[in-house]
Design a protein around this ligand. Structure first.
Ligand code: HEC
Length: 207
């Protein structure tokens, strides 16, 4: 090493020590900062945290698709789905329905689920004209917001699954109410055969 080099290295080392120490000396490790519920004299309301600017939307919470998130189209209950449905979607709807709804509404949708048998208020039977005529957006809203004594299922069932449950509910209704003319020839013939002994279960209407 030449003298020049030595001077250079010494200078460099000294400089780095100052730079490293600098962080601490300038209080950068423990900077002054505001805390969520802290107090300050700086703002008129004495609060360190600022209220959100009106209209602020949290990331991922911009619910501008009215059909999907509110179940309405131009302010009216939707009678269509906000996305296309495949068979797997109905199967998932069935699974979700049986988990979240059947305890009260029963797998058949007649409203005599186990919780009801143990004393909870009996929900209406879905197999009545009143409920057959309800647009699918209504079912979506009931799941999202609750209805009467029935609680909201928004926290347990996400938006997409709510639509799938609503779709399955419509399928369940149809399963008990297919017009004979929509059946295949063989199925229609089966209709004319005498019913099996326990097939005729009475269904109770909602009062
Ligand atoms: C803890 C029992 C319970 C569960 C679970 C439950 N419901 Fe209900 N539901 C009720 C009761 C009770 C009513 C009647 C509420 C009333 O009239 O006060 C009702 C009413 C309804 C109605 C009729 C609303 C109207 O227009 O009259 C629909 C549709 C419905 N529930 C759908 C669902 C779906 C879909 C699920 C599953 C995500 C579900 N419910 C889960 C108890 C339940």
């Amino acid at each position: 090493m030449t003298l020049n080099h030595k001077v250079f290295v010494a200078a460099w080392l000294t400089a780095s020590i100052f730079v490293l120490a600098g962080c601490d000396m300038l209080d950068m490790y423990d900077q002054k900062r505001f805390k969520t519920y802290g107090r300050t004299e700086f703002f008129a309301d004495k609060r360190q945290s600022r209220t959100l600017i009106e209209g602020t939307v949290a990331r991922g919470e911009l619910r501008e698709n009215e059909h999907l998130f509110a179940g309405t189209v131009n302010g009216k209950l939707a009678d269509t789905f906000p996305f296309n449905l495949k068979k797997e979607d109905l199967m998932r709807g069935k699974e979700r329905f049986n988990i979240y709804c059947a305890p009260c509404h029963a797998e058949t949708g007649q409203g005599n689920g186990m919780i009801v048998q143990r004393g909870y208020r009996k929900p209406p039977n879905f197999h009545s004209d009143v409920y057959r005529e309800k647009p699918v957006g209504h079912f979506f809203q009931v799941i999202s917001n609750g209805f009467g004594v029935m609680p909201s299922y928004a926290a347990q069932v996400d938006v997409k699954d709510r639509w799938l449950i609503a779709a399955y509910l419509k399928a369940l209704q149809l399963s008990q109410n297919v017009p004979a003319k929509d059946l295949s020839e063989t199925d229609r013939q089966k209709l004319d055969q005498p019913a099996a002994p326990n097939a005729a279960e009475e269904s109770e209407g909602h009062k």
